[in-house]
Ligand binder design. Structure first.
Ligand code: SF4
Ligand code: SF4
Length: 145
C-alpha cells in the first residue's frame, strides 16, 4: 500500500473512532444544515491536511469552490458528502456542550498532527474555503508537498 492509501485508511480509522466518541456525547442534532451556512451562523470550519487528502480521494473531481459563506456541499439544506465530512462537521453541535466539543477537537487535532508526522506530510489547519482551493490546484500529492 502506498503512503496516500495508508493515510486514507488511517483517517478512516480516526473518523470511526471520532464517530464513536460523538455518539457517546448524545448530542441532539436536527440535521437542519443551518450551521453549514457559516456566515449566517457566525462560525468557521477548519480542516486539516489528512482530512483534505481523504476528502479529495473520495470526491475526485467533484471538488467545489466556496464562493459564498455557505459550504458548497450543502444542497437543499442537506450535506451531500456526509460520509466524508470533516471532523469539525462531526463534532460541532449547536445544542451540545462547548467544553466536551473543545476537548474532542483538541484530541482529533493531535491525532491528525501525529499522522502527518508519521508520514512526513506537512500539517495544515485551514479554513474550509482555503482547503477547497488547495485541493482544486491538483491531485492529492500536491497537498503533501
Ligand atoms: S461538509 Fe457537509 S456537514 Fe460539513 S459544512 Fe459542508 S455540508 Fe455541512
Ligand atoms: S448542529 Fe444545530 S444548526 Fe447544525 S445541523 Fe444540527 S441542529 Fe442544525
Amino acid at each position: 500500500m502506498n503512503e496516500p492509501a495508508q493515510i486514507i485508511q488511517e483517517v478512516d480509522t480516526i473518523y470511526h473512532w471520532l464517530d464513536e466518541q460523538i455518539s457517546g456525547l448524545k448530542q441532539p442534532c436536527d440535521a437542519c444544515g443551518d450551521c453549514c451556512d457559516f456566515e449566517s451562523f457566525g462560525h468557521k470550519l477548519y480542516v486539516s491536511t489528512p482530512e483534505l487528502i481523504y476528502f479529495q480521494h473520495h470526491l475526485g473531481s467533484n471538488i467545489k469552490e466556496m464562493i459564498t459563506g455557505i459550504c458548497p456541499y450543502r444542497i437543499k439544506g442537506k450535506c451531500t458528502v456526509y460520509p466524508y465530512r470533516f471532523s469539525g462537521c462531526r463534532i460541532f453541535c449547536c445544542k451540545g456542550e462547548d467544553e466536551k466539543q473543545n476537548k474532542l477537537s483538541e484530541k482529533i487535532v493531535r491525532k491528525f498532527k501525529i499522522l502527518c508526522d508519521e508520514y512526513g506530510t506537512p500539517y495544515h489547519y485551514v479554513y474550509l474555503k482555503s482547503g477547497l482551493e488547495m485541493m482544486s490546484r491538483g491531485p492529492e500529492f500536491k497537498i503533501m508537498n
